[in-house]
Design a protein around this ligand. Structure first.
Ligand SMILES: *Cc1c(COP(=O)(O)O)cnc(C)c1O
Length: 392
């Protein structure tokens, strides 16, 4: 199968970001690879090689995929309904975050039926009213967890929380949430639990420091060059989306373009047709704002986005079918970035990278920076390699 659009994943950028967080956290790095590693595909081995010591995902299904890829380190799954396949998680040695007594009992039953102990992280809501046990339920949850430990069906290995406002280091909520978390750890101890890890900070709380000092750090966005706090200049974006011109034409001034003829050419110009659209994850909200890069120049996308197509105004250039167009990239060569796409669409970078669809081939490649090339030569590993397209 041939692909007209390619999402190139720069594994070396991800390794560099992971190495930065591994150093910044003293090696206490849980790499968060939910949502297919924020749309980047199979990169677990890259982040582990760069110093991550455990993996975090949302569902058990995601955890099992990572385990099946041969990952031996702890893998934590933190959001599951009571009727999830808890037995499969226990068998695959997946750590489970638990936020309710009901789920805790279900985990205990699944483990007991297998004659095993489930590894559990108790999850407290430190203040965002989303996931995690409400603080008012915490003491009881710890009590039940201790009973199940004594009965032999669970072992509480961790306590986790997640911060609501860590991207704004001056926000007073940060101090409140740290306090709730510190109190939760004390309560767990008083209830007889002895978790070996505590983790509060994600990317923003780590970069700004507002969630540091508790132990493990759960880093997702930062591995992919996204810093919600906008304060770090150490992170490298890892995705480049390119596509191929399908056709081109010259149009007269006054020509209406696309559905609703919302865009009208104000001069004689050339148009190029690209085989990507909102069905591939490029938000329709970016219509009349987005740009792409072709022949080294930025060109505006014109008219409403279609599901499968975009039209670009290429000015004096009449493009040739088959020419490569860069939709976004790290920005090193003047191409649009994921951050710009997020701005054009009124959203955040996370949403752009996680939505690129399955019609786009994912190709893993390592950029050859001077340093990386040196390493590659030294250990004999090829500096650049092209992986197999996901979904092919
Ligand atoms: C997504 C998520 C993370 C990772 O957050 P980033 O900001 O992407 O680093 C950590 N913990 C929980 C509970 C999450 O849902």
């Amino acid at each position: 199968m041939s692909w007209t659009s390619e999402l190139v994943v720069d594994d070396e950028a991800i390794r560099s970001n992971a190495a930065y967080f591994a150093a910044a956290t003293g090696g206490r790095l849980m790499a968060v690879l939910k949502a297919d590693a924020f749309g980047h595909g199979s990169i677990a081995h890259s982040v582990l090689a760069a110093g991550a010591t455990s993996i975090g995902v949302t569902s058990i299904e995601e955890a099992l995929v990572v385990r099946a890829a041969g990952v031996r380190v702890p893998i934590l799954s933190w959001l599951n309904p009571v009727d999830a396949d808890l037995a499969a998680a226990v068998v695959a040695d997946i750590d489970l975050a638990v936020q309710s007594v009901r789920l805790l009992h279900a985990v205990g039953r699944a483990a007991a039926a297998l004659g095993r102990r489930a590894r559990v992280h108790l999850h407290i809501d430190v203040g965002m009213a989303r996931d995690g046990a409400p603080a008012s339920d915490w003491s009881a949850l710890c009590g039940v967890a201790r009973e199940l430990e004594v009965l032999g069906s669970v072992r509480v290995v961790g306590v986790m929380g997640h911060m609501s406002c860590a991207d704004r280091p001056d926000h007073p909520q940060n101090a409140r949430e740290r306090l709730v978390f510190a109190n939760a750890l004390r309560t767990a101890q008083r209830r007889g639990l002895a978790p070996s890890v505590a983790h509060l900070a994600a990317t923003a709380a780590t970069v700004t420091g507002v969630g540091s000092g508790f132990g493990l750090h759960r880093i997702g966005a930062g591995l992919f060059g996204i810093d919600p706090s906008g304060t770090s200049d150490r992170l490298r974006p890892a995705l480049s989306l390119t596509t191929t011109v399908v056709g081109s034409r010259e149009v007269a001034a006054g020509t209406g373009i696309g559905y609703g003829l919302e865009h009208v050419a104000d001069r004689r110009t050339n148009l190029a047709l690209l085989p990507v659209g909102y069905g591939d994850g490029l938000p329709r909200a970016a219509s009349e704002r987005a740009e792409v890069q072709v022949r080294g120049r930025r060109r505006p996308v014109v008219g409403r986005f279609s599901m499968d197509m975009l039209v670009v105004d290429t000015g004096d250039d009449l493009l040739t079918a088959g020419e490569t167009v860069t939709v976004f990239g790290p920005g090193d060569h003047g191409e649009p970035t994921v951050a710009e796409w997020a701005g054009w669409s009124g959203t955040i970078e996370h949403e752009i990278v996680t939505r690129i669809g399955s019609r786009v081939a994912r190709i893993h490649r390592s950029t050859v920076t001077a340093a990386a090339a040196g390493t590659a030569a030294a250990d004999g590993t090829p500096a650049a390699c092209i992986g197999e397209a996901a979904g092919a």
